[in-house]
Design a protein around this ligand. Structure first.
Ligand SMILES: Cc1cc2nc3c(=O)[nH]c(=O)nc-3n(C[C@H](O)[C@H](O)[C@H](O)COP(=O)(O)O)c2cc1C
Length: 442
């Protein structure tokens, strides 16, 4: 009998400890979710998320530079009740992170954005709908149970911008995020090699890998054809271009300037932030254009390669504008420790990008939820180990980081603002012109 009891106890231990584990819901880190995603997706889909621009140098340094921020822990501080509450542009947040905008999510299977927005709602984390989502903002909003933000690409034509902003208001988005680091699409070599298109096409280079993932293929063909459904009403005019080529060549607007933000500011009276800022001068221009905040971001290294990592760009932007406007951060966050580092360097809140997309690819909504829970628990644990019980108390005294991120040891020349811009600004009475430092000169 004793032996039987022992065997039962042993079986219980096995079940509790590992045998019955689900690799998604028991994944200990975001890297583990990434590994599951890599196994479960064909290369053409995994590389959409994992890949970046050109040599992927910026994407790599986003990750590497976060490791250059080292903690300075404090001992014997009461951390029995860590608080993660903060706010973004006046919007209260329970956790210091939101799900940032990622388009093309149906390419990862599991219903894409719809599964992700449900998981975000369950966790009470805001979900940012991308202009380039594979479901329309109305379709995503119909699944949402939590707060929504909307990310705007100012596509060519006032009509499209008006339409997107008006619809974002109608679905109840509480914040508008205008992404400005996409004057043209970055070159992503992995996508070229894999023959990645929207709608997807079977090519010699992706056929075998896709065929080995029948459940992914099935999820791709269930539902409407994959496209940019926020723009579904746009008549391609008998164009023989794919939807993706059409958006890239006909809709992305390379002639945008700061003045074009005036229209958006008129249309949207709620919180408005500019995403894709990496320099103090641009941050000041964003403030002058009427934005309430900026997001320090290099688009996860998917646009201009060989720019500084996001975390290296953060301190100078914070020093330039943090007293006047909210500063968000993304780029390379793969855990709660990274969130805490960005907040210590001066960000008010952070955005997850690939971290949640790997979760989606690994296990649909359950994977997104797991990604959120991993980051949340790691934020709390890091705060406790650091001896900082409240995220709002984080500051640079909790970390050390390379002095060169303030420009030391590098030649840093602020841009001269063009004469046209100065004349235009003074004609509009939009404030004093900026000097070479990007400061207002009177
Ligand atoms: C697959 C994918 C799609 C993305 N789509 C958008 C988008 O539509 N709009 C946008 O502003 N940023 C987009 N981004 C960039 C993210 O919002 C974010 O800036 C970036 O992923 C942060 O870097 P990280 O993923 O390394 O954390 C996308 C990123 C990925 C990986």
């Amino acid at each position: 009998m004793k032996r039987l009891d022992g065997a039962i106890d042993f079986a219980k231990l096995l079940l509790a400890g590992g045998l019955a584990t689900n690799p998604v819901t028991s994944a200990p880190t975001i890297d583990d979710l990434r590994a599951v995603a890599k196994r479960r997706l064909p290369r053409v889909a995994f590389d959409i998320v994992d890949g970046a621009a050109d040599a992927e140098a910026t994407a790599a340094s986003n990750l590497a530079d976060l490791r250059e921020v080292l903690f300075e822990p404090r001992s014997l501080v009461d951390v029995s009740r860590p608080s993660t509450r903060t706010d973004a542009v006046g919007i209260p947040l329970e956790q210091p992170f939101v799900l940032g905008p990622c388009g093309l999510m149906r390419m990862l299977g599991h219903g894409g954005e719809k599964a992700a927005v449900r998981a975000a709602g369950d966790a009470g984390v805001p979900y940012t709908i991308s202009s380039a989502a594979n479901w329309s903002m109305e379709e995503i909003a119909a699944e949402a149970t939590g707060p929504l933000w909307f990310q705007l690409y100012m596509y060519k034509g006032e009509g499209i911008v008006r339409d997107l902003v008006t619809r974002a208001k109608r679905i109840g988005a509480e914040l508008l995020m205008v992404t400005v680091d996409l004057p043209v699409n970055g070159k992503r070599p992995r996508d070229h090699r894999n023959g990645m298109t929207i709608p997807p096409k079977v090519t010699r280079s992706n056929f075998l890998s896709a065929a080995r993932h029948p459940s992914w293929l099935l999820s791709l063909v269930s539902g409407p054809p994959i496209g940019f459904r926020n723009l579904a009403d746009i008549d391609l005019g008998g164009s023989r271009l794919s939807h993706q080529e059409y958006v890239n060549t006909k809709l992305i607007n390379p002639s945008l300037t700061w003045d074009d933000l005036e229209l958006v500011r008129q249309l949207w009276d709620g919180p408005l932030v500019i995403k894709g800022i990496t320099t103090p001068a641009d941050a000041r221009l964003a403030r002058r254009a009427g934005a309430d905040g900026v997001i320090v971001s290099n688009h996860g290294g998917r646009q201009l390669d060989s720019t500084p990592s996001s975390i290296a760009a953060l301190p100078r932007v914070v020093d330039a504008v943090a007293g006047d406007m909210s500063v968000g951060f993304d780029g390379g966050i793969r855990g709660g420790g990274d969130v805490v580092k960005a907040l210590a360097l001066g960000a008010d809140y952070t955005l997850l990008g690939r971290a949640w997309a790997y979760g989606l690819a690994a296990g649909g909504g359950a994977g997104v939820r797991r990604a959120i829970d991993i980051v949340d628990s790691e934020v709390r644990q890091t705060l406790s180990l650091l001896g900082c019980p409240d995220v709002r108390d984080l500051d640079r005294s909790f970390v050390t980081y390379p002095a060169r991120w303030h420009g030391q040891g590098r030649v840093v020349t602020e841009p001269r603002v063009s004469v046209d811009a100065v004349i235009e600004a003074s004609q509009r009475g939009a404030g004093a012109p900026l000097d070479a430092e990007g400061q207002e000169s009177r």
